[in-house]
Write a protein that binds this ligand. Structure first.
Ligand code: DMJ
Length: 572
């Protein structure tokens, strides 16, 4: 006979190894697996971020970006698409771009000490009074967005920073930069030049060609700057450009990809949801969330319907001519992978899920996502076989997991993390992939790897930073809070006592939205939101629309699904 103590001890060991052995409900297995997986993966992502960050700080700071293969640097803020490098002064040391881009990620990962150290360094050392020709769009989303977001985080009392030393220096820097942007908007159309010299304004003979996203993706950062400084100019010029751009849409509500800022004529009539246009759609919707203007929602709604009608082919999105709606290029581009994330915010989860699966399928096929894949020929674009550590697939995976809590997305995230470590990690950081067929590397670690790729992967596995907070992320992954003060006026439809449920709306057929049980808003009344109204029941179950509230993130009224859950259902 075995001693009783031995049997008990053995049983305990057995129970530790197989904790669910006596649990008949398999549904209990998933959350435990998921919780453990999330913890392990979160630590893996944290390691990745610091491998990238520490190498940047050692080999490149205060220059803009790290060259991980040669352990050197590049002043890429002025190199982004810039062929006129002769305008860079000899003594230019960069603008610490990667440090600026890392600020919110540091805080999200809980490193307030390093965040504070970085904030103070930037406060004392950065100047934008340099003879450097920069891309307005890139400088806006990376530098202005990074500074504005970091200023908000630095002054947020919940972040436990030593506030004494911080005297709004990042906001002062941001305002200085915003002022340097203004000459770009001085055109007959109000559409901004794509390039601006930070010291001298628009250069003589500057190109008048720009992109749709270059004109239409400024409102979040410039609007936030206006709200923080009280100077409406930044918001005004960004909205004026957006309105002008929107007025140039075709009768099909489609826009092209490139245009002339002086004549207001389109140059490239073909467009899709990828390069040159992507963040235009994103900013229409996010501007509506952030500033509460119905105008943004109306533009977005028409634009979104046009995209679904003319670009969508099953789970894929091709490009089309804005004048005719006829398909032009059948290609998947890496940048398009942000679209499912945007669709989650809209509430179009089923469509988001199916596109996301296709993007992930391509990721798995190549190991990473190639820049351009020709759908009609089922082959890679001959010259765009690269993967520059882009975040879009991770971003959409994060949003889909937030919305569904389906652990499949955790597995997708794990696969992305494993590929990044396997193919792109080198001793000196993370390197872009030059050719996905050979996995040959390129000597560049883009700042968005720290601002977005690592951030979204981290948030996928640990979203504790977002608890009781209501943020939207800019296109560069910088969080901005949805604040009541920033809404000019709550649209009347958001005031619950004004709700009248029109018959037509009640009779509407529910389409394309969530086939899943999705409850993005939580019950916590502390959520800082300009529009949040909780559902009547804590479990989000409902019999009628009247029992549903207003979503804290999107500010859209939720309605009761046929399955009896409050959600962001689309009615047609
Ligand atoms: C980022 O700089 C932004 O997300 C931008 O909108 C386009 N994509 C790059 C990273 O891929």
């Amino acid at each position: 006979m075995l001693p009783r103590e031995f049997i008990v001890a053995w049983m305990l060991v057995f129970l530790v190894i197989f904790p669910n052995i006596f649990n008949p409900c398999t549904c209990q297995l998933e959350p435990r697996w998921a919780a453990k997986k999330r913890h392990v993966m979160r630590e893996k992502v944290r390691k990745m971020f610091y491998h990238a960050y520490d190498n940047y700080m050692t080999h490149a700071f205060p220059h803009d970006e790290l060259k991980p293969l040669t352990k050197s640097f590049t002043d890429s803020l002025s190199e982004l698409g810039n062929l006129r490098l002769e305008h860079l002064p000899q003594d230019y040391n960069g603008s610490a771009l990667t440090l600026i881009e890392s600020l919110s990620s540091l805080l999200i990962m809980g490193n307030s000490t390093e965040f504070e150290r970085a904030v103070l360094w930037l406060s004392q050392n950065i100047t934008f009074h340099v003879d450097a020709r920069v891309n307005l769009f890139e400088c806006n989303i990376r530098v202005l967005g990074g500074l504005v977001s970091a200023h908000i985080l630095a002054t947020d009392s919940t972040n436990r920073l030593v506030h004494g030393a911080y005297k709004n220096q990042l906001l002062i820097l941001a305002e200085d930069l915003g002022k340097r942007f203004l000459p770009a908007f001085n055109t007959p159309t109000g559409l901004p030049y794509a390039w601006i010299n930070l010291k001298y304004g628009v250069m003589v003979d500057e190109t008048t060609e720009t992109s749709t996203s270059g004109c239409g993706s400024l409102i979040l950062e410039m609007g936030a700057l206006s709200q923080l400084t009280g100077d409406p100019t930044y918001e005004y010029v960004a909205i004026r450009a957006l309105r002008k751009l929107w007025s140039m849409r075709s009768s099909l509500n489609l826009l092209g990809t490139t245009l002339d800022v002086v004549t207001g004529d389109w140059i490239e009539y073909s467009a899709g949801i990828g390069a040159g246009v992507d963040s235009f759609y994103e900013y229409l919707f996010k501007a509506h969330i952030l500033f509460g203007k119905e105008e943004f929602w109306r533009m977005f709604h028409s634009a979104y319907l046009a995209v679904q009608k003319y670009f969508r082919h099953g789970p894929w999105y091709h490009e089309a001519d804005m004048r005719t709606g006829k398909a032009t290029y059948w290609q998947l581009t890496s940048l398009q992978a942000f679209w499912p994330g945007l669709q989650v915010l809209v509430g179009d989860i089923a469509a988001a899920n199916s596109s996301h699966r296709e993007f992930f399928h391509v990721w798995e096929k190549f190991g990473v996502l190639p820049e351009r894949y020709l759908l009609d020929h089922q082959m890679l674009h001959p010259t765009e076989k690269y993967y520059p550590l882009r975040p879009e697939l991770a971003e959409s995976t994060f949003y889909l997991y937030q919305a569904t809590k389906d652990s499949w997305y955790l597995k997708v995230g794990e696969s992305i993390v494993n590929s990044l470590n396997l193919y792109t990690k080198v001793e000196g950081g993370f390197a872009s992939v030059r050719d996905v067929t050979t996995m040959q590397l390129e000597d560049h670690q883009h700042s968005f790897f720290l601002a977005e790729t690592c951030k979204y992967l981290y948030l996928l596995f640990d979203d504790s930073f977002l608890v009781d907070r209501n943020y939207i992320f800019t296109t560069e992954g910088h969080p901005l809070p949805v604040l009541r003060d920033w809404h000019d006026r709550l649209p009347e439809s958001y005031i619950s006592t004004n709700w009248s449920f029109a018959q037509s709306e009640k009779q509407g057929r529910r389409t394309s939205a969530m086939s899943l049980q999705v409850c993005p808003a939580n019950d916590n009344q502390q959520v800082e939101s300009a529009c949040h109204i909780t559902d009547a029941r804590a479990d989000h179950r409902c019999f009628t629309d009247e029992e549903c509230g207003v979503d804290s993130t999107t500010c859209r009224r939720r309605s009761c699904s046929m399955a009896g859950y409050c959600g962001l259902w689309l009615l047609v």
